[in-house]
Ligand binder design. Sequence first.
Ligand code: PPE
Length: 308
Amino acid sequence: MAVQKSEFIWFNGKFVPWDEANVHVTAHALHYGSSVFEGIRAYEVRGAPAIFRLGPHVDRMFNSCKIYRMDVGYSKEEFSQAIVDTVKANKLKSCYIRPLVFRGYGAIGVSPFPCSVEAVIFAFEWGKYLGPEAIEQGVDVGISSWRRMAPSTLAASAKIGGQYINSQFIKMEAIQHDYVEGIALDVNGYVSEGSGENIFVIRGGVIYTPPLAGSILGGITRDSVITLARDLGYVVREEMLPREMLYVADEVFFTGTAAEITPVRSIDHITVGTGKRGPVTERIQAEFFGIVAGEIQDRHSWLTPVVW
Ligand code: PPE
């Protein structure tokens, strides 16, 4: 999806016009994937933007940087404020926010340590990630021939740029097979996640999702869905899931900041349940979309209002 330009990008502490936020071609991140990023949504609540789960996103970004041994150069408070200011500066009522911290100019060679650390935040309008009808109709997906990274190869729970080559392999293969998305298994063959989404499986009224040890990114939407499902009285189990459980599930859905809550209607051309969005998925969607629209009380304090 082509990126929608907005006006200003926060670049190392200052706002610069969108077209002037450039880096040098020798930047380390360009060569070696040396970056950490986040994806955050702001939703329109009563005419103004409200940022969804800002604190957990900033915490995860700082943890990813810690794992990757990169000092952000700002406190969490300063960085959070910069995110709020970026939404404000661009007068966006609802948007997707992309903070990125990366190794810039300084040296060629694998070690990132001689290179600068740069930080940017931009925000832009982004619609439905897996297609306009996906939230209601569901998507057709396939199991990827690419596995998620094995433990001790990369750090699946950190949102590090270079690791997204694995996601790109999964996504490219899916597109070439006419699927909307691919589901990757972990190195042991258990269900892991999509190229940019966590996965949930419903069977016999119980909700299952792979555990953090299943080479997944600990999604913030995943955490929100677990919380909402438990609020609604469902049993949620974080368990290793064999691939064939997907084929006999009553319902399957993806979660992610970009994907929000998207039902899966077929996997490897096998129909999931009735082939339509199921009742549990719909119930959880109603709760999630109700909260982010400001129509259901924000009982977990997930929204940070942006005051114009
Ligand atoms: N797994 C992966 C690999 C992943 O990239 C994401 C987010 C998730 C799970 C869900 O995490 P969360 O957003 O915290 O619920 N993927 C981001 C990037 C998508 C993109 O194409 O870029 C996102 O949804 O913002």
